[in-house]
Write a protein that binds this ligand. Structure first.
Ligand code: SAM
Length: 291
């Protein structure tokens, strides 16, 4: 089981923390999400809803947290969703009056989004896009976000941050949730067996799975808190906050390795809130003299 997918993976011959070639890892994630889109929705669809904005297995909702800004600021705001899956968040934002484009690298996931739209009579514009190469003009969005999309599945998250920084207007926010980095030191087990650290937090090898031929079929990448911070800063973004949602009282539903047992003791999610500076800093001008 991966740290994020929370879906049982079949036909694995070798799974574990291991080096994988970057290209094979990035490619595997796309194929894996294509093949497992329906299973992911079958397993987590009830929890996620069809038009709800849930940041994480702890159940933090944007309607309560306002990490993208006050509710009234969403109206007519141009918002980019990255790694949207079936675009439940994008559908919720559309209902708030935002102008949303939801993007995902997986055609299978976007098919699920269109299936929900057809069933619900809703419409979220979706595009098949690799978050590392965004097909949008500079400064074309007010806000960008992802709930657990793209970042954990690419070897080069710095490329995602750089692209998001490019398409955001000055002052625009980029907010992304990921598995809390501390979780990588613990077994991905929802029971109390998942409460004893068994590996080094500093071991950056991805969790990967291979099939009988040795081909990489799944890859998920670990970054420490410091790695994430350095990557967003290198993209010229400012870090506003790191939110670590607490496991709420009365929330008993597990999601893969996220469970009440572990959630009450250690964080399961980190949400990085960042922003493109209003004005280019000296460092920004040095890194990107063209801006
Ligand atoms: C854990 S799912 C999260 C989906 C959705 N945000 C949600 O909350 O249900 C991760 C998503 O990231 C997408 N993804 C993986 N690599 C990506 C990439 N390079 N570019 C864009 N999306 C990617 C997957 O296809 C998948 O839909």
């Amino acid at each position: 089981m991966g740290q994020t997918g929370g879906v049982t993976h079949d036909h694995i011959t070798r799974a574990g923390y291991q080096q994988v070639p970057d290209e094979a890892g990035g490619r595997a994630s796309r194929t894996w999400w294509d093949e497992n889109a329906r299973d992911y929705l079958d397993e987590h669809g009830d929890f996620l809803g069809t038009a709800d904005f849930c940041w994480c297995p702890e159940g933090l909702r944007e309607g309560d947290a306002h990490l993208l800004g006050p509710a009234q600021s969403l109206r007519r705001s141009r918002i980019l969703e990255i790694g949207s899956g079936a675009a439940q968040c994008g559908r919720w934002l559309t209902a708030q009056g935002a102008q949303v484009v939801s993007t995902d690298v997986s055609a299978g996931m976007l098919r699920e989004s269109r299936r929900i739209d057809a069933a619900e009579g809703t419409h979220v514009p979706v595009l098949q896009v690799d978050a590392r190469r965004l097909p949008f003009a500079d400064q074309s969005f007010d806000t960008a976000f992802t709930a657990y999309g793209a970042i954990p599945f690419v070897p080069d998250a710095a490329a995602v941050h750089a692209e998001v920084a490019r398409v955001l207007r000055p002052g625009g926010r980029w907010v992304f949730s990921v598995t809390h980095p501390i979780r990588w030191a613990f077994p991905d087990d929802p029971s109390d067996r998942g409460l004893t650290a068994t590996r080094s937090y500093f071991d950056r090898r991805p969790y990967a799975e291979r099939d009988a031929d040795g081909s990489v079929t799944y890859a998920e990448y670990h970054r420490t808190v410091g790695d994430h911070v350095r990557e967003v800063v290198a993209a010229g973004l400012e870090l506003i906050d790191i939110i670590e949602p607490e496991w709420p009282e009365g929330h008993e539903q597990a999601w893969g390795g996220w469970s009440p047992v572990r959630g009450r003791l250690i964080p399961g999610t980190a949400i990085f809130s960042t922003r493109r500076p209003q004005r280019a800093t000296d460092e920004d001008r040095r890194l990107r003299p063209d801006r």
